[in-house]
Design a protein around this ligand. Structure first.
Ligand SMILES: [Zn+2]
Length: 261
């Protein structure tokens, strides 16, 4: 139980809950940005207060419980407008019903706390601003946060070796592919940055590869899926839902057939 903290560089921390869900804290000259809240039973604000005394802004990579569970500790929750729209349109209800699935205590989230981020939003921390880049796929409003001070790109669940593209309110493969193409372009100035995931590997496991190349590998995987040439394997994660896993180099996807269009 409890959190583990790792200082990644001066004024930049990774905060992991006991389930491996990962939040990041970025300190500016005037303010601090918390990206995601993880999903611990214990509050996260007291942990943040051991690291910084500056005002804290909370922003979410997307609105899934394992990234937002502790957001009730904040007055405002910055999140992309498309996730807010979907939240009000049914995603919120699904999340409120998902507490038993995640084995966490139920709580209420208040939609009036959600402050929209847009495609071109920047969050000024004093001395530098963190940029948003939307990559619709895992959710429509999934956002990467680009931090030029610490040369970091925080990716949430937008890409990786087990990207989930089967949940309600995720996009289809074609939409995701278009967004990946856009991300490849938009990320090209940040090729040499470190890319971080929204979940940590279990202790002792090597880190999963994640870089701008992952977005290219994933775009190519989408192309193969759409062309019917991807190698897909049935997996047994949820008995009641037929899911498939497919992989290309540093990118992998858990998908259901209805999304391959
Ligand atoms: Zn997610």
């Amino acid at each position: 139980m409890g959190y583990r903290i790792k200082e990644l560089s001066d004024g930049f921390w990774k905060i992991m809950d006991h389930r491996g869900n990962t939040a990041y804290l970025i300190q500016g000259e005037r303010k601090t940005l918390l990206v995601d809240t993880a999903m611990d039973d214990e509050p996260i604000v007291p942990i943040i207060r051991t690291l910084t005394d500056k005002p804290v802004i909370l922003a979410l990579t997307h609105m899934h419980l394992d990234h937002m569970y502790r957001c009730d500790e904040f007055d405002k929750v910055h999140v992309h407008e498309m996730d807010i729209a979907d939240w009000k349109n049914g995603l919120g209800k699904i999340m409120q019903l998902s507490f038993p699935l995640f084995k966490v205590k139920p709580k209420r989230f208040h939609a009036d706390k959600f402050v929209p981020l847009y495609d071109d939003s920047e969050i000024d921390l004093g001395g530098f601003a963190v940029k948003c880049l939307r990559v619709s796929g895992h959710t429509r409003g999934s956002v990467l946060f680009i931090d030029s001070r610490h040369r970091a790109v925080l990716c949430g669940d937008a890409a990786g070796l087990s990207m989930w593209l089967f949940l309600p309110y995720c996009t289809d493969v074609s939409t995701y592919k278009q967004n990946l193409e856009n991300a490849e372009q938009a990320l090209s100035p940040y090729k040499s940055y470190s890319f971080y995931r929204g979940h940590s590997e279990p202790e002792g496991m090597p880190p999963e590869p994640l870089s701008i190349q992952t977005f290219t590998d994933m775009r190519m995987l989408c192309e193969k899926l759409l062309a019917g040439t991807a190698d897909i394997k049935r997996i047994d994660r949820f008995r009641w839902l037929p899911l498939f896993y497919t992989k290309n180099a540093s990118a992998g996807m858990v998908v259901r057939k209805g999304k391959i269009k």
